[in-house]
Design a protein around this ligand. Structure first.
Ligand SMILES: Cc1cc2nc3c(=O)[nH]c(=O)nc-3n(C[C@H](O)[C@H](O)[C@H](O)COP(=O)(O)OP(=O)(O)OC[C@H]3O[C@@H](n4cnc5c(N)ncnc54)[C@H](O)[C@@H]3O)c2cc1C
Length: 488
C-alpha cells in the first residue's frame, strides 16, 4: 500500500517515519526545496540561525520515532538539558534566572522578589496535575472518536475537570495566586507558547509550565534544525521517498474517495496515486485549495488564528556575557501589549523581546567572538497590515529597549540581518495568516474547534500538523503524527 503525505513539516516527516516503520511505502510531496516547514534554518555571513522553533521540550516524542524504527537515537540525534531555561529582564531592572533545578529557582525567587518561594512549588504541582488530567483527553488521543471517551484515563480526566480551571482566564488565575506582579507576568508568558493571549486563554493553559519545569527544556546539540535533518535521514533510511519542489495543486477525488494528488514540479504538472493520503499542509489551505468546496467545514476553518511573530536574525560581532541561550526582556505593561496585539492587530511600542542565542552552546553558529541573535517579538497574524512600517518602527523600539536594559548600545554590533514576518511565514510554510500555531487557544472551547485528524466525509484522507488536533508546537505536532498513523 502506498501512503502519500502532503507537506514535509515536522508532523509530515514524523508520520512518514511511523507509517514506513510499519512496512508501508511512503512518498512525501513538499513545495519547498527543503524539509521542515517552520523548523528550518537560515545561514548568513558565517552565522547560522534556527529560523523557527528555538525551545525544545518533550524530547521523548522524538526518541519514540527512533525506537519505533529499531534505531538508536544517538546514531542520528543528540540533545542536552539546559540548567537555566531562560533569563528574564524586567523594566524595573530585576533579573531572574529560571533555573531548571526547582530548589535553586525558589532561592532565586526569594532573593529577587517579594513572593513566598513555596508558592512556586504549589503552582508547579497544580500545573502537573492539570497536565495529568488533560493530556490523556486532549493531547494523546483523537478527541473525535467515541471509543476514546470510554477509556479509564479519559473518564478520570472528565470527572476531575473542575481542577483544570476552564472558566477563569490565565491572567486572573495567576494574579489571584501570586502576590508579586513580576511572577504573574512570568507565568502569564506561557500563553504565548501556543500563540494565545493570557488575558483571554483559559487558565487550563497553566499546564504549559509543567512541560518546561517538570519535563525540562532541552537543546539539540546540532541546533533545532537537526530535529528536521535527523528525522528526514531516519525516514529515508526506512525507504520514504521525498519529492522536493513539488507543489500540490489538487487532491484527486473519485466519488467520495481520495485517489491521489496533482502537483507541479519543475514547471511540469504531475500526478501521483495512493491508497491513503495524509495532509500536513495547513488545514484551511488543504480544503480551500485542493478539495471541492462541498467538503469544507467552514465553521472550523474560520476559527480565529494564533498570533504570529516578527523575527530579526542579527549576526553580532561581539559576545554578551550577561545573556543566556534564552532571554526575555519584558514590557512594562503586559496588558496593553496584548491589547495592542489582539484588539489593534499591531505590535506594541514597548514589546516583550525574546532573544535566543544558540552560539552560547553551539559555538560554531557564529564567527569567533560573535553571536547569532534570534530576536523575536509577538506579532498579530497577517490581516494585511503595513508590515514594512511595523518592521521599521519595531526594530527601532527593540534597539532602544535593549540599550536601556543592557545599558549599552547594541546597534553598532549588528553586522548582518535577516527578517521573518507574518507575511513571509505565510508564504514559506502555507500557514493561514502566518499563524505560528494554527487556531488560537483563546476560546475555552478551542480544543473542540480544531479539525480532527481524519476527514468525516472522505474515508482515506487524514490530517496532521499544527493546524489540526491537538495543536501547534513541536510536541503536539509529533503527537498528531502518532494519532494519525495509528488511524492509517
Ligand atoms: C518563529 C517561530 C517560532 C516557534 N517557536 C516554537 C518553539 O520554540 N517551540 C515549539 O515547539 N514550536 C515553536 N513554533 C511552532 C512550530 O514550529 C510549529 O508548530 C511546527 O513546526 C509546525 O509543523 P507542521 O508539521 O504543522 O508543519 P509546517 O512547519 O507548518 O510545514 C508545513 C509544510 O507544508 C508545506 N506546504 C505548504 N503548502 C504546500 C503545497 N501546496 N504543496 C506541498 N507542500 C506544501 C510547506 O512548505 C511546509 O514545509 C514556532 C514557529 C515559528 C514560525
Amino acid at each position: 500500500m502506498t501512503c502519500l503525505i502532503l507537506g514535509a513539516g515536522i508532523a509530515g516527516i514524523a508520520s512518514a517515519v511511523r507509517i514506513a516503520s510499519k512496512g508501508y511505502d511512503v512518498e512525501v510531496l513538499e513545495a519547498n526545496q527543503y524539509a521542515g516547514g517552520k523548523l528550518t534554518e537560515i545561514q548568513n555571513e558565517g552565522y547560522r540561525f534556527d529560523a523557527g522553533p528555538s525551545l525544545f521540550t518533550m524530547p521523548q516524542y522524538v526518541e519514540e520515532l527512533f525506537a519505533l524504527a529499531g534505531k538508536k537515537t544517538e546514531d542520528y540525534f543528540e540533545y542536552e538539558k539546559l540548567d537555566i531555561t531562560c533569563k528574564y529582564f524586567y523594566e524595573d531592572n530585576t533579573i531572574i534566572n529560571a533555573y531548571a533545578d526547582i530548589e535553586k529557582f525558589k532561592q532565586e525567587i526569594s532573593q529577587k522578589t517579594s513572593e513566598n518561594p513555596n508558592k512556586i512549588t504549589s503552582f508547579l504541582e497544580k500545573s502537573k496535575e492539570k497536565y495529568e488530567i488533560t493530556a490523556p483527553v486532549f493531547l494523546e488521543k483523537s478527541l473525535h472518536q467515541l471509543k476514546n471517551y470510554l477509556s479509564l484515563p479519559t473518564l478520570k480526566g472528565i470527572l476531575n475537570f473542575g481542577k483544570v480551571e476552564v472558566f477563569k482566564n490565565m491572567h486572573q488565575s495567576n494574579a489571584d495566586f501570586f502576590e508579586d506582579k513580576r511572577l504573574v507576568q512570568f507565568f502569564d508568558r506561557y500563553a504565548t507558547y501556543n500563540g494565545s493571549d493570557p488575558y483571554q486563554t483559559p487558565a487550563t493553559m497553566n499546564v504549559i509550565p509543567h512541560l518546561e519545569f517538570g519535563f525540562g527544556a532541552f537543546f539539540p546539540k546540532k541546533g533545532m534544525h537537526s530535529i528536521t535533518k535527523s528525522l528526514v535521514k531516519l525516514a529515508e533510511d526506512l525507504g520514504v521517498k521525498f519529492h522536493f519542489g513539488a507543489k500540490v495543486q489538487e487532491i484527486l477525488m473519485g466519488k467520495n474517495y481520495a485517489l491521489g494528488a496533482k502537483y507541479i514540479q519543475n514547471n511540469t504538472e504531475k500526478t501521483i496515486f495512493a491508497k491513503k493520503i495524509i495532509s500536513n499542509i495547513d488545514i484551511a489551505q488543504t480544503y480551500k485549495k485542493f478539495l471541492p468546496q462541498k467538503f469544507s467545514p467552514n465553521k472550523i476553518l474560520n476559527q480565529p488564528k494564533s498570533s504570529s511573530a516578527l523575527i530579526f536574525y542579527w549576526g553580532m560581532n561581539t559576545s554578551f556575557e550577561e545573556l543566556e541561550m534564552h532571554n526575555i526582556f519584558f514590557s512594562a505593561d503586559y496588558k496593553t501589549e496584548f491589547e495592542t496585539l489582539w484588539q489593534h492587530k499591531d505590535i506594541y511600542h514597548d514589546p516583550t523581546i525574546y532573544i535566543n542565542i544558540t552560539a552560547k552552546n553551539k559555538v560554531d553558529d557564529a564567527p569567533k567572538g560573535g553571536e547569532n541573535w534570534f530576536v523575536m517579538v509577538n506579532a498579530p497574524n497577517n490581516q494585511g497590515q503595513n508590515w514594512d512600517d511595523i518592521i521599521e518602527k519595531t526594530r527601532k523600539n527593540i534597539q532602544e529597549k535593549l540599550a536601556r536594559l543592557l545599558k549599552k548600545d547594541i546597534t553598532k554590533n549588528i553586522v548582518c540581518e535577516n527578517i521573518l514576518d507574518p507575511r513571509t511565514i505565510e508564504i514559506r510554510t502555507g500557514s493561514t495568516q502566518g499563524a505560528l500555531y494554527g487556531n488560537s487557544s483563546n476560546n475555552k472551547f478551542a480544543a473542540f474547534l480544531r479539525h480532527a485528524n481524519f476527514s468525516s466525509q472522505i474515508p482515506n484522507l487524514y490530517f496532521c500538523g499544527g493546524s489540526v488536533h491537538p495543536g501547534g508546537g513541536i510536541p503536539l505536532c509529533l503527537l498528531s503524527a502518532k494519532i494519525v498513523s495509528e488511524m492509517v
